[in-house]
Design a protein around this ligand. Structure first.
Ligand SMILES: *[C@@H]1O[C@H](CO)[C@@H](O)[C@H](O)[C@H]1NC(C)=O
Ligand SMILES: *[C@@H]1O[C@H](CO)[C@@H](O)[C@H](O)[C@H]1NC(C)=O
Ligand SMILES: *[C@@H]1O[C@H](CO)[C@@H](O)[C@H](O)[C@H]1NC(C)=O
Ligand SMILES: *[C@@H]1O[C@H](CO)[C@@H](O)[C@H](O)[C@H]1NC(C)=O
Ligand SMILES: *[C@@H]1O[C@H](CO)[C@@H](O)[C@H](O)[C@H]1NC(C)=O
Ligand SMILES: [Fe+2]
Length: 686
């Protein structure tokens, strides 16, 4: 057994060798950095969001953009929020005597459905000199929401806002979304998923700061309350997962917390109806369970702070098990929330139940990737393209006889990183396919890593340390924004038939494949809890039933970027797991984390090709901003594609042959989207 101290020495040695290579390459990196400083031209036909920067931008609730760069504002430290939080508010009379015409604010509709579009428009007003009364760079529009029974005017404007933007930012946001130059309006293509019944926008004039520097605002106008129909009861973010046995499917969704309006025992029960396709009469019914999480469940800031751009209530999260499924059979289903006033149903969807687990299973396909994020939003549109293409593959398979059976996303899922609204936006983005095929997830650094607050049973992975897993040699920091796996554990229920640990480590059989999912964010040293589970799991696989054995991890073992800290973790993962992968004849290791595509040679063991180990595939290209550093030289990289969004498509032909393809993703008018840019047949003697 290898102790921690040995790792430190080994990492050190590898580091020194690689440093030498790096020094030789550093002139090249500097040249790349120098070229990356382009300025975005905003709201012209040439504007395209800069997707080549590796920066984790978490957009605000309404995806407000910067009026000069066109980039999304960062939800966590938005300067407008910081000013509002400190501000003193006055009523409109204070500014009236300087105004000839007071500006006004309106919306185009006062009743919308969940995710409907909405457009605000305003007048600039006039001061006594006949100039526009609004100062575009300073005056603000703010969003406030609540229950029907509430008077939103009574809310505290410095704390109870959900988003805020200057007039210039609102204009530019509209420009980006609608392409219309200089509109006096803010077009919101899809109103965010909020569990509130009414919302209202307010228009504020910035007054000069007080002598001791306190910002001051005066109210100019507010819209009437906008009612959002079914905002509490409508199922949203519906997603399927494989169950703990092949004859069940798990369906999860979210809704509002209906409690304030119905008695406690009628808060809303999740219900489902499902039946074999074409036989509606004998529909089966199922009810499920509900849970939620709050800011205080999370480990540290910013996730544990309830304010704009940070925590907001996820509503209720529901889990229903659809049981007694016949194998390989098409089912229709819908889910709903049963409450005091009836049932609010979702649309109807269909899925194909899992096939029998057997070594001679028919060919089947699934899609694999890591590192997506939510672009509604974020860093360019890669995540949106991959989600749209995944939906197309699922809903409209090339080969009708061989549909996509599941999607595997190994970590760095939504990149909410403490901004709770991103979870809803991301679940909404992927729902066109998650309503139809199971989404199987792993945990990445952006779901789990934290520095404090994990004690007192808060860490859902069961680790008792305040800071989870943070060995000296690794870059395990606060990448989850304080979430420490809490939202991920709440949104996803993964199979638990093998003494698994929630979403963190688990395994399952599908047809002729055994998939073992591990957490690279937890200790995997020989002797650790997870290592012991992993070894027991690999040992228990019956290779007659599931000849294919595939391990999925967020971080790669074999990945050779010139990025110091990431390499250290990979080196240690190799030391910890390389022998185990050989001992149990693991066929394939699928990973993400490095935002590029990399395929190693086959049979990789101890950094030697054709040496009895698996093939390693890194597909970290599902939408998160590219990492475009080069690789250090090594003998085991067979294919490397950087700066290209894409996903993996696996087709298991039979017990001995598996086809892997890397598919390029792009916009619907991109002719190269869908091209296969790498492929490999993995063939095994059994
Ligand atoms: C949130 O976490 C921070 C540490 O990041 C802690 O200091 C603070 O007390 C927490 N706040 C709440 C409300 O729990
Ligand atoms: C991590 O902590 C640093 C230092 O406190 C802070 O600047 C940064 O914003 C934090 N990152 C996240 C994702 O919360
Ligand atoms: C798996 O989860 C289900 C539902 O939460 C539970 O009933 C069952 O006991 C769990 N099984 C194991 C082995 O933990
Ligand atoms: C593996 O599965 C096969 C086929 O079902 C069965 O015959 C065999 O007994 C199993 N092996 C073990 C060790 O359970
Ligand atoms: C498995 O599939 C591959 C690829 O289609 C094919 O070449 C091979 O003959 C098949 N093997 C068996 C045993 O059917
Ligand atoms: Fe990652």
């Amino acid at each position: 057994m290898m102790g921690r101290r040995n790792y430190e020495a080994l990492v050190d040695r590898e580091d020194q060798q690689l440093q030498k290579q790096l020094l030789r390459k550093s002139w090249w990196i500097m040249a790349v950095v120098a070229m990356a400083g382009g300025v975005a031209i905003f709201c012209s036909s040439s504007h395209s969001p800069n997707s080549h920067q590796h920066q984790h931008t978490i957009p605000t609730l309404l995806s407000v953009v910067h009026h000069e760069t066109g980039d999304y504002l960062v939800a966590l430290n938005n300067p407008v929020y910081e000013r509002l939080k400190k501000a003193k508010f006055h009523d409109t009379l204070l500014v009236a005597n300087n105004a000839k015409e007071i500006p006004s604010l309106h919306v185009n509709r006062y009743q919308i459905g969940v995710r409907d579009p909405l457009t605000l428009h305003w007048t600039l007003g006039q001061n006594i000199q006949g100039e526009p009364f609004l100062d575009e760079d300073k005056d603000l529009i703010t969003l406030h929401c609540g229950d029907k029974t509430m008077d939103l005017r009574a809310m505290d404007p410095s704390t109870d806002f959900l988003d805020a933007a200057t007039i210039a930012q609102a204009r530019s946001t509209s420009c980006r979304h609608s392409g219309e130059a200089h509109p006096q309006k803010w077009h919101i293509p899809s109103f965010p998923i909020l569990r509130h019944e009414i919302c209202q926008f307010a228009l504020y004039k910035a007054l000069p700061d007080t002598t001791d520097g306190q910002p001051q605002y005066a109210l100019l106008d507010r819209t009437d309350p906008i009612e959002i129909e079914s905002s509490r009861t409508l199922p949203t973010g519906i997603h399927l997962a494989l169950g703990s046995t092949p004859n069940e499917m798990v369906v999860q969704f979210t809704s509002g917390d209906v409690h304030p309006h119905f008695p406690r025992n009628q808060e809303g029960t999740p219900v489902a109806r499902y039946s074999k396709q074409g036989s509606k009469d004998d529909a089966q019914k199922a009810t499920g369970t509900s849970h939620t999480y709050s800011a205080k469940d999370m480990c540290e800031a910013p996730a544990n702070i309830t304010e704009a751009g940070k925590f907001q209530s996820p509503g209720m999260i529901h889990v229903i098990r659809l049981v007694d499924l016949e194998p390989n059979t098409a089912y229709e289903y819908k889910v709903g929330l049963s409450h005091g006033q009836g049932i609010t149903w979702s649309d109807s969807y269909s899925f194909l139940s899992p096939p029998l687990v057997t070594g001679d299973a028919a060919p089947h396909s699934y899609l694999v990737y890591g590192d997506q994020g939510c672009p509604a939003t974020g860093w360019g549109d890669g995540g949106k393209w991959v989600a749209a293409m995944t939906a197309r593959e699922v809903l409209n398979p090339k080969d009708k006889n061989q549909p996509i059976r599941s999607v595997h996303h190994f970590g760095d899922l939504s990149y909410a990183v403490g901004a709770a609204h991103i979870w809803d936006a991301w679940l909404n983005m992927i729902s066109p396919f998650t309503t139809k095929v199971p989404l199987m997830v792993a945990v990445g650094n952006h779901e789990y890593d934290h520095l404090s607050g994990g004690g007192n049973g808060k860490d859902p992975s069961g680790v008792k340390n305040e800071d989870g897993y943070r060995p000296t040699w690794g870059n395990f920091v606060n990448d989850s924004g304080g979430e420490c796996g809490v939202p991920t554990s709440n949104y996803f229920t993964m199979p638990n038939s093998t003494k698994s640990n929630g979403v963190f480590w688990y395994s399952y059989d599908f047809a002729n494949v055994h998939t073992t999912v591990i957490s690279s964010e937890h200790d995997l040293a020989p002797g650790s809890v997870q290592y012991q589970w992993l070894e027991a799991d690999l040992r228990s696989v019956n290779r007659t039933l599931t000849p294919w054995l595939i391990v999925e991890s967020h971080r790669p073992l074999y990945e050779s970027q010139i990025n110091w800290e990431n390499n250290d973790v990979g080196i240690v993962l190799r030391l910890e797991l390389d022998d185990l992968l050989v001992d149990y004849k693991v066929d394939v290791v699928l990973t993400g984390h490095y935002h590029a595509y990399l395929r190693t040679c086959d049979g990789l063991h101890n950094a030697k090709c054709h040496n009895g180990g698996p093939i390693h595939l890194t597909i970290g290209s599902a939408g998160a901003a590219f990492l475009d550093t080069d690789l250090y030289s090594n003998s085991w990289t067979d294919k490397f594609i950087k700066n290209e969004f894409g996903y993996g498509r696996i087709t298991v032909a039979n017990a001995t042959a598996l086809h892997f393809e890397f598919v390029k993703a792009g916009d619907s008018d991109d002719k190269t989207a869908g091209e296969v840019h790498d492929e490999v047949w993995i063939v095994r003697e059994r």
